[in-house]
Design a protein around this ligand. Structure first.
Ligand code: AHM
Ligand code: MG
Length: 339
């Protein structure tokens, strides 16, 4: 082993340093972030072994969205829930994989925070060794006593106190924001620590890439089709053409575009009238990160972070990424009368 040449900052050190800037901070949010980082390490270790221990494939159950659940989804969901439910830091949780809110078990103390998660996003990529991710979103509770309830969970994204994601790719990275910019950490598997690798992520104003499932093209609105034609290079007077990149794993597509610049879209179509992605577990946390990195996120007309959810598993169209590219799509939709 060679000694590090630059200063090494663990995620624990970084979170503590951030907290010291706020004398009123109790440390509870920091501890919650450690809990999530620990769960991420456990999930990462399991994903790394997935191809070896013959645990791939369907668990034979379907989740609340009617989609097939795979074993690692179940494992990731349990890992996160168990990392959080006994700590006294959360009052209620909700997961993309569970039909209803997840209460804190009776024998454990109830805390001030609400945590929502998509434990393993992009899970159709697992069988083919593609990148997957975990997305998380943290709110303060709004009710004042007793166990947390649905009201605590159904908050607009602008109320998030922190959000982030973990990408299980060629490296495992944890990206998060508490509203003071976006920082990124890379897991060093040899020492089991997330080390600061991206101290302040700022996304380019104009991106190189566009990411969208174009097999839905015929089912999109005229405005969406028109906007995407611009990305093809068909409207050079309005926008320069871009390169297409689509993995079908939101975390991986978003992460590439965040670092290199680009736009990700999952628009509504005639089959998915509200798009495919879930507001609470996918769109709001990613929108929080995008904005904190200087990008933006809209459903086409409304800022994602302003949408007040009415249902736990609500879906919304999503247009997210480099600010000018998102603005171009929103302008195109407006001009085509699709407000
Ligand atoms: P999941 O939460 O069931 O894994 O689905 C979400 C995924 C996203 O990661 C990805 O962006 C999208 O679904 C891909 O959908 P499609 O295959 O329709 O392009
Ligand atoms: Mg998902």
């Amino acid at each position: 082993m060679v000694a590090p040449t630059a200063r090494v900052t663990t995620i624990e050190r970084f979170i503590l340093d951030q907290e010291e800037k706020y004398p009123e901070a109790t440390g509870e949010l920091s501890n919650l972030l450690y809990d999530i980082a620990l769960a991420a390490k456990i999930i990462a270790a399991s994903i790394r072994r997935a191809g070896l221990v013959n645990i791939l494939g369907s668990a034979g159950a379907t989740n609340v969205q009617g989609e097939e659940q795979q074993k690692l989804d179940v494992f990731a969901n349990q890992t996160l829930t168990q990392a959080l439910n006994h700590t006294g830091r959360v009052c209620v949780m909700a997961s993309e994989e569970d039909e209803t809110i997840i209460p804190v078990p009776d024998n454990y103390p109830v805390g001030r925070y609400v945590v929502l998660y998509d434990p393993l996003d992009g899970s159709s990529n697992i069988d083919v060794n593609g990148a997957v991710g975990t997305i998380f979103s943290i709110y303060r509770r709004v009710t004042t006593q007793g166990p947390g309830c649905l009201e605590d969970v159904l908050q607009p994204g602008c109320k998030q106190v922190a959000a982030g994601y973990v990408i299980y790719g060629s490296s495992t990275m944890l990206i998060y924001s508490t509203g003071q910019g976006v920082a990124g950490f890379t897991l060093d598997p040899s020492i089991g620590e997330f080390l600061l690798s991206h101290s302040r992520i700022v996304t380019p104003r104009v991106g190189r890439y566009y990411s969208v499932n174009e097999s839905n093209f015929a089912r999109w609105s005229k405005g969406t089709q028109w906007a995407v034609r611009g990305f093809h290079g068909d409207r050079p007077e309005e926008i320069r053409g871009k390169n297409s990149r689509y993995i079908g794993s939101l975390v991986a597509d978003f992460h590439r575009n965040l670092l290199a610049g680009g736009i990700f879209m999952y628009p509504a179509d005639t089959k998915n009238r509200h798009g495919k992605l879930r507001l609470l577990y996918e769109c709001s946390p990613m929108a929080f990160i995008a904005e904190q990195a200087g990008g933006s996120a809209t459903d086409g007309t409304r800022r994602i972070l302003d949408i007040v959810p009415t249902e736990l598993h609500e879906r919304t169209p999503l247009v997210i990424g480099s600010r000018e590219d998102v603005g171009y799509v929103a302008d195109t939709l407006r001009r085509m009368g699709e407000e």
